[in-house]
Design a protein around this ligand. Structure first.
Ligand SMILES: [Zn+2]
Ligand SMILES: [Zn+2]
Length: 128
């Protein structure tokens, strides 16, 4: 099975994944823009059973539009958010695409396109 590792800027917080992701979702919402400081976020979703975190994480919890919390786990030293748990998808864990050593992961969907910065067009496989 495919093994991958995602880690923070300083390397102290990481998560190992096994097998293929459930989906890879780009999110253009303003909350993701604020959280990342960038134009959008890309979550590589796995079943939590496919993942093994390592290192110490700090948590930030915010309510999503669903009214349910999302727990973001970030490195207390370098502040990279490496993975998160959305309560509206029990048992799922989203891992930040940019934290992966594997450069071959690609988004399979995009959400919140109505909040997308107009220059931030990305290509989704199988979509024009
Ligand atoms: Zn770190
Ligand atoms: Zn978002």
């Amino acid at each position: 099975m495919t093994q991958r590792t995602a880690s923070c800027s300083c390397g102290a917080l990481s998560i190992a994944t096994e097998g293929e992701p459930i989906k890879v979702s780009a999110c253009h919402c303003v909350s993701c823009q604020k959280r990342t400081g960038s134009a959008f976020s890309v979550a590589v979703f796995f079943d939590e059973a496919q993942t093994t975190p390592a290192g110490t994480a700090s948590q930030y919890v915010r309510l999503g539009d669903s009214g349910q919390p999302v727990e973001f786990n970030f490195c207390p030293t370098c502040a990279s958010t490496v993975f998160w748990r959305p309560a509206f998808r029990p048992g799922w864990i989203g891992v930040a695409i940019g934290c992966f050593d594997d450069r071959g992961l690609r988004p399979t969907q995009a959400v919140y396109e109505h909040e997308r910065l107009d220059w931030a067009a990305i290509s989704i496989e199988g979509r024009a």
